[in-house]
Design a protein around this ligand. Structure first.
Ligand code: SF4
Length: 468
């Protein structure tokens, strides 16, 4: 007999706004707030300096009057999200013109920022990289004709509502479109104007039925929106039923909570996740300033619960589009034991064009990191192709030429090496290699452009270094 989920609600009080298909992103309306109404959020007139070492954020500047018990409670943050321009002006100085522009933008692309994430913003810097991810820009509509609504064509690949089956052995399960923060670069921005929804029990059951019938699926990615907006109990109900399907080997959760509301990663959630492993968690840090003590503690709780944490960042203009920022981000992630996994080219989504960079920027960043810092710190740079073509990894080109039995390779410093390549006779599938380039002609071309060949002596005669 099929087990029914009682309600498709999230863990926030004032349930009506968060019930499936009925809710609004204005979920911090007064009716749902029982403990501390949003009206209590007023900017602190006394701009005290934050105590050193306690938090990396502007909490004490913006929210110094909020009790620790509330600040540590993710439901308080969720209820008190900043969702209107009027609320925002209490924290971020905005001219009248900017306020008018923002109101225009939010009619199409709503605003939602958690108090925690807002406290990471430097309100005095209009180009602050945290601000650019959270606060709308007029360019979202001024350049709004560029790009596509659903460039990855996820709707086309949805087998049953909410289940995307594109690759042979894994599926994407979209449980809700609700997020604690609405990231300005979001790929699923199209969903924002349809109001908030959570999959109904029947929809979840249809997804599970599909999984039971498709034995090639071994990996389920639970995403959203952000699936951790569901209550822990609701999430456990779904995860436990996935776990009963014997051919599902791993579950992955995609969530930005560790970054935008790390208080959500509480003991109850971690204990639940630890019961249904192997569960992996992919999160979304984009800038090293997001690695706060709170975020580090959240990741630590997950790791101690047996949940490995990987990071998928998005390359964004003016946010993280330099080698220096990406290196600091990825080194910081390793320090909190989070593995930099992907660096995504920002998708071709309507309303995000102003944040997109040329693909060459991503390749240059990888080139500037590879060899200069731990390999573990270097993410894979990928473009997610539109029309559902999937992810394509892009790398700097280190192979200058290839011939039978040898390669001409460039290292991270630009030095060029001849590399003896074992013959492919034992691998018939490699019998027709990619078109060969004549190594000697490439090498001589390099020589002609006044590069020097240096031999490493008798021991390495076959290894010619071409040094610039
Ligand atoms: S958390 Fe992810 S799904 Fe939610 S708004 Fe941000 S990028 Fe989009």
């Amino acid at each position: 007999m099929k087990k029914q989920v009682k309600t498709a609600s999230v863990a926030i009080k004032g349930k009506p706004v968060l019930e499936a298909g009925k809710c609004s992103l204005e979920s911090n309306s007064k009716s749902e707030v029982e403990e501390e109404p949003p009206s209590k959020i007023i900017i602190s007139i006394n701009l005290e300096e934050e105590p050193p070492g306690k938090s990396a954020t502007n909490r004490y500047r913006f929210f110094g009057y909020i009790a620790d018990s509330s600040w540590g409670d993710w439901k308080w943050h969720f209820r008190n999200r900043i969702t209107t321009v009027e609320q925002l002006t209490k924290f971020i100085p905005l001219t009248i013109e900017e306020q008018i522009q923002l109101k225009l933008v939010t009619q199409r692309y709503p605003l939602s920022v958690t108090p925690y994430y807002l406290s990471l913003i430097n309100p005095d810097d209009p180009d602050d990289p945290i601000r650019k991810q959270a606060i709308p820009s007029i360019l979202e509509i001024a350049m709004g004709m560029m790009g596509l609504e659903d460039p990855l064509e996820e709707k086309r690949d949805s087998i049953v509502p909410g289940l995307v089956h594109r690759y042979p052995d894994r599926v994407l399960m979209v449980l809700t479109n609700i997020c604690p923060m609405l990231c300005r670069h979001c790929t699923r921005k199209r969903e924002w104007r349809y109001g908030s929804w959570v999959r109904t029990p029947d929809e979840v059951e249809a997804m599970l039925d599909y999984l039971r019938q498709h034995k090639t699926v071994r990996d389920v990615v639970i995403s959203g929106g952000d699936p951790l907006t569901l209550s822990t109990r609701h999430l456990e109900d779904i995860i436990s039923r996935i776990r009963k399907i014997s051919h599902i080997e791993i579950i992955r959760i995609g969530t930005r909570f560790p970054v935008v509301l790390p208080q959500r990663i509480d003991d109850e959630l971690c204990a639940m996740l630890s019961r249904y492993g192997p569960i992996w968690l992919n999160t979304h840090f984009n800038h090293y300033r997001e690695i706060t003590p709170e975020a580090a503690a959240a990741c630590d709780r997950l790791l101690r619960s047996g949940v490995p944490v990987n990071n998928q960042s998005v390359l964004l203009r003016g946010v993280n589009d330099t080698v220096e920022i990406q290196t600091k981000l990825c080194q910081g992630l390793l320090r909190i034991k989070v593995r930099p996994y992907y660096l995504f080219q920002c998708d071709e989504v309507q309303g995000t064009e102003h944040l997109r960079t040329p693909v060459e920027v991503g390749i240059k960043i990888i080139e500037g990191m590879r060899g200069y810092t731990s390999g573990l710190a270097v993410p894979t740079f990928v473009v997610d192709l539109h029309q559902g073509g999937g992810k394509v990894p892009l790398q700097p080109n280190y192979v200058l030429a290839q011939a039978e039995g040898q390669l001409l390779l460039r290292n991270y410093e630009g030095h060029i090496f001849r590399y003896r390549n074992p013959r492919a006779v034992a691998y018939p599938e490699l019998a027709a290699p990619v078109p060969e380039l004549a190594i000697d002609s490439v090498a001589s071309l390099i020589t002609e452009t006044e590069l020097q060949f240096q031999s490493q002596g008798a021991r390495d005669e076959s290894r010619v270094i071409v040094r610039s």
